[in-house]
Design a protein around this ligand. Structure first.
Ligand code: UDP
Length: 471
């Protein structure tokens, strides 16, 4: 590295909730660990959530800080009630962010694409912008070729499968698995990617070895300038960082870890559906029946919005699993990274959110895929059809954050998937082997000399040289 060069100043502007915010905080920490002066812009509400990790990084000498935006009097922070979704309007942050940028003039701002107004502001101020879209290359390529070839327009029904043309692998989907805005051509589909096209590039939470053919396709065929710097979660090396990631876990950690320590290797199924688990009425009961029938140990994160009257677990279920020590239910936030890396955890039933999927990969845990929304049906295909590290539960219906919840998956299907992955047959031996190999590649990617390490340095160097040219 060039020691004469001035320090690069990067600003990170994460979205205001869960699955997009967590990795961007990690990415900011990652760039700080590479020597870039990193500032994370947050709302007053979420400043508290990350400050301990950031403090620990500062104590380790990393040049990182948090800047909480001061909202105008009477303005309500978009995350004040902790219910933000990708559709949440964050325009109220615009003015205070503008003032910050005018004063600080950073070398770039890495911003979440869900701040829909932001690209225009940065252009107006002449701030170099780098997009973060929270996802990987594979879903980006699927999405691009659906837009380009519209194969879903050529099938006779929502449940007839079609091939996504032009991809390195044979990827099949049904129209029922596509986001509504892809099916109805509402325009959002076209807008997606536009910010990326007009920016300096994008920072991707992925690593080259996970999806080499798609990383190449993304760069060469789709013409994207992108730095693959992940898996971002691997910057959490401290147990405290893992335990508090996103928010404080809602469990008694010691007794919980003791419960896990007493279990055999690969014997526990971890069930988590992201930062906002939500299902059709009756789905939780189907899962509970399947778990009891399969007789495997499990940890199940039902989330903080879980209501007994709505979700109706079978009578006596919780008492039975507690008494038999078969299962633990978490009614709130789980320390997902700590759980996944525990040797007793041998399977991850996941909604295929990009972060959860990557975290499963990093820990070498095979998956039962249960996509629900966003680009999760594409991610499922990466896990099962491309990487061969999971089995599908058989989810067929894409559901939006707003729409009525549908697409119940029956207990029989759930039981079959659980037994298939946790039962330990020949198929699973191969799946586990592939998952472990991939975990090794993930760790290597972020170490000195690894592909993601090199990419992160490359971005910093590029920003440095641009800075020198201006000075
Ligand atoms: N997460 C967690 N504990 C929970 C639920 C979620 O730590 O109880 C974290 C998880 O580790 C991941 C993120 O929240 O980093 C969820 O992101 P993902 O992309 O998987 O799903 P989303 O919430 O965006 O649907």
């Amino acid at each position: 590295m060039d020691s004469e060069a001035p320090q690069v100043e990067m600003v990170f502007f994460p979205f205001v909730g869960g699955g997009h915010q967590i990795p961007m905080i990690d990415i900011a920490r990652l760039f700080a660990s590479h020597g870039a002066k990193s500032t994370i812009i947050v709302t007053p509400t979420n400043a508290i959530q990350f400050q301990n990790s950031i403090l620990r990084d500062q104590n380790s000498g990393h040049p990182i800080s948090i800047h909480a935006l001061q909202l105008q009097e009477g303005a309500v922070s978009p995350d004040s009630d902790m219910t933000a979704t990708p559709a949440t309007d964050t325009t109220v942050l615009q003015e205070p962010l503008k003032l910050f940028l005018i004063e600080h003039k950073p070398d770039c701002i890495v911003f979440d694409m869900f701040h829909r107004w932001a690209a225009e502001l940065f252009d107006g101020l002449g701030v170099r912008k780098i997009v973060f879209n929270g996802s990987g290359c594979f879903p980006g390529c699927v999405s691009e070729n659906l837009r380009k070839y519209e194969p879903h327009e050529k099938v006779g029904s929502d449940y007839e499968s079609f091939l996504v043309p032009g991809l390195p692998d044979r990827i099949e989907l049904t129209r029922s698995q596509l986001p509504i805005f892809v099916r109805d051509k509402s325009g959002r589909f076209d807008k997606k990617g536009k910010d990326e096209d007009k920016s300096f590039g994008s920072v991707v939470n992925s690593f080259y070895e996970l999806e080499p053919a798609y990383a190449d396709y993304y760069r060469k065929e789709m013409g994207k300038k992108a730095w693959f710097v992940g898996p971002a979660s691997l910057c959490n090396t401290d147990v405290a960082d893992k335990a508090e990631r996103g928010t404080q876990a809602s469990i008694d950690e010691q007794s919980f870890m003791k419960w896990l320590d007493d279990k055999e290797t690969n014997s526990v199924l971890y069930i988590g559906f992201g930062s906002k688990p939500r299902f059709a009425t009756g789905q939780f009961a189907e899962i509970a029946h399947a778990l009891e029938a399969s007789n495997h140990s499990f940890i199940w994160v039902v989330g903080k919005d879980f209501k007994d009257e709505e979700n109706c677990l079978p009578g006596g279920f919780e008492e039975r699993i507690k008494e038999s020590k078969k299962g633990v239910i978490i009614r709130g936030w789980a320390p997902q990274l700590l759980i996944l890396e525990h040797g007793a955890v041998g399977g991850f039933m996941t909604h295929c959110g990009w972060n959860s999927m990557l975290e499963g990969v990093c820990c070498g845990v095979p998956m039962i895929t249960w996509p629900l929304s966003a680009e999760q049906f594409y991610n499922e295909k990466l896990v099962t059809d491309v990487l061969g590290i999971g089995v599908q539960v058989g989810s067929k219906e894409w559901i939006s954050f707003k729409s009525e919840k549908k697409g119940l998956v029956g207990r029989e299907k759930v039981e079959v998937a659980v037994k298939r992955l946790m039962g330990g047959g020949d198929e699973v031996v191969d799946i586990r082997k592939r998952a472990k190999e991939l975990a090794g590649k993930a760790k290597k990617a972020v170490q000195v000399g690894g592909s993601s390490y090199i990419d992160a340095d490359a971005l910093i160097e590029e920003l440095k040289s641009l800075k020198k040219n201006v000075n």
